[in-house]
Write a protein that binds this ligand. Structure first.
Ligand SMILES: Cc1cc2nc3c(=O)[nH]c(=O)nc-3n(C[C@H](O)[C@H](O)[C@H](O)COP(=O)(O)O)c2cc1C
Length: 145
């Protein structure tokens, strides 16, 4: 699935919250396996992001259909996406908010980055096919990581 509703929750252990609709195949898969991979695409994958987010893994193999390459993960069964600049192997850490909000708390067990994609341009979903591409980086003095 494509996912835009997500946020960091904790540094140690690294926790990420995400909303996965109960209508999605991904919801059933995460419920059943308690594992997933968050694969982070750069700008060049935007068309595939939209295609992945407009179809269901219930009826098609999205890797094959959209020209993506599955790579075995180390700590979880679902594969990484080779074309993505970062991949996060996750286990479901808390399901207390799933019933009410479809909100899963995931713990990142292992993180990968692609050294070939040095400063990838990321995309940020504004809805209905509109995305903002990240721009200029600014550097300020700050104590916060
Ligand atoms: C850019 C984009 C972002 C999306 N973000 C979310 C999201 O945060 N949560 C969600 O439940 N569905 C989201 N969707 C919709 C799912 O990706 C979509 O329902 C998908 O078909 C589910 O696939 P699946 O049935 O294989 O799990 C998004 C779709 C797009 C195109």
């Amino acid at each position: 699935m494509a996912m835009s509703w997500h946020m960091m929750v904790e540094f140690e252990p690294p926790l990420v919250a995400c909303i996965v609709s109960s209508a999605d195949h991904s919801f059933a898969a995460m419920r059943a396996t308690r594992e997933c991979v968050i694969a982070i695409p750069a700008l060049k994958l935007a068309p595939q992001v939209v295609q992945v987010g407009n179809s269901s893994g219930r009826s098609i193999d999205k890797f094959e259909t959209f020209g993506l390459t599955p790579v075995p993960a180390h700590r979880v069964t679902p594969p990484l996406v080779a074309e993505c600049f970062a991949n996060l192997e996750c286990k479901v850490a808390d399901t207390r908010f799933v019933k009410k909000y479809n909100l899963f708390i995931l713990e990142v067990l292992k993180a990968w980055t692609d050294p070939a994609q040095k400063k990838p341009k990321t995309i940020h979903h504004h809805g209905f096919g509109t995305f903002v591409v990240d721009g200029e980086t600014i550097k300020l003095i700050s104590k916060m990581r």
